[in-house]
Design a protein around this ligand. Sequence first.
Ligand SMILES: Nc1ncnc2c1ncn2[C@@H]1O[C@H](COP(=O)(O)OP(=O)(O)OP(=O)(O)O)[C@@H](O)[C@H]1O
Length: 479
Amino acid sequence: MSFAPSPALAPNPWVRILGALEKKVTRHSFDACLKPTRFSHASGTTLFVRVPSTDIQETCDRYGDIIQEAMESLEMEFQEVKFVTPEQDPAAARLRDDGGFAPMPAHASNAPQGIGQRSNGQRPGSPASSAQQARFDWNSAAQLNPRYTFDGFVIGNGNQFARAAAGAVAERPSKAYNPLFLYGGVGMGKTHLMHAIGHEMKMRMPQSSICYVSSEKFTNEMINSLRNDRMTSFRDKFRSVDLLLIDDIQFLAQKERTQEEFFHTFNALHESMKQIVIASDRPPKELPEIEDRLRSRFEWGLIADIQPPDLETKVAILQKKAESEQTTLPIDVALFIASNVRTNVRELEGALVRLIAWCGLNGMEITLPTTQQCLKAFIDTQVRKITIESIQRSVAEQFGMRVAELKQKNNSRSVVVPRQIAMYLAKQMTEASLPEIGRQFGGKHHTTVMHSIGKIDELKRTDKDLNRTLNKLMETLNS
Ligand SMILES: Nc1ncnc2c1ncn2[C@@H]1O[C@H](COP(=O)(O)OP(=O)(O)OP(=O)(O)O)[C@@H](O)[C@H]1O
């Protein structure tokens, strides 16, 4: 029997399963994780269900057993449910290629009223639902993570200024600070704060259109629109929002055409008193490959940084996250995790998720000894973790230069070779992707990183000195 969906007629099997699940999980878990999901498509006996983020995907995967039970009790012929993020979903990819925005347009989800995001009131397939002819339906596409709220954000010394600024912007959009520019290291809560602004504004002004987009997605969509001669609808779409939340702005480095387009989007929104919030891994003045006119606009409003959390804040974050998982975390356990996981809040959460799952699966209570046992390998890797920063430091020391020089736009041989070596080591010794490596070297394009790695690979075959240097650096980093 084939379950290929015919959007207008086929009953939505996922909605029936959700109906059953609603009775089996807590209201909080249902609202946070299951409610934002959408039926994507069916293939054979597998149902594909779209989730807005990998976090939610991980949590939904844990419901495998009760989903199985629900399918059996509903006498469905499906064997399995696969949760896919918009990036992993072929159906979403088709929409993206079509120039639509990646996640879950209301007409693609066949979603029931009352579950998930608000409907825009249009009938699926009606002429007005076409992205070409109607204003883009930001209600269905805002992509806000339901867990990233102000309530779920723990305030500490390192983030209180950014949190206060975000609160002011959400309360008085375009009147408090416009733009608000948030910056800070990896996993420090910039995205969380942006989404929280979106949620708060939506609550205060339900009719407002909110767009959260990474600069990478903005770029990709612009390229698609250029290719398909749809720039007018692209512009209309982004210039029709009341709140634009744009993440990872550093990715606009060297993308001149996208910077130009974003410059006009920024001006159009600012002039019409719409709020703009920008997040970046560094302050505007350290974005050398962003045009001056754009950088100066980033400095128009308020710039707020987020510093790494101190021990107390990390403990409070862990307890808050445990609470939302309905788990009690003893204080000694929270202190142990907080003092051993030193990288960022994302890793902190990773350790907690692992601990809860491990204790749950083994039927064990969360105590200090079980935590030490469960997180041993995790913490060992943390201790040994080689980062791009540590590579940059070692390479800079080896060549008697400053780390900043490795990131600057300087093409003299004395800088290019150490930079290529550092990029090569970053690829070999960390799990960072090419774009991430490029990002940490002053916003270099991933093709530049690829070229650098290729160059070192090639030289290594004949250059003994280079091999000696590489071995020495690897030894230092590993020790
Ligand atoms: N102060 C905080 N309170 C509660 N949770 C936090 C806090 N800071 C960070 N987090 C959590 O840490 C995780 C990573 O945060 P987020 O994705 O916002 O980081 P980011 O700064 O945007 O990182 P990146 O630069 O890698 O995108 C999220 O799950 C977020 O909820």
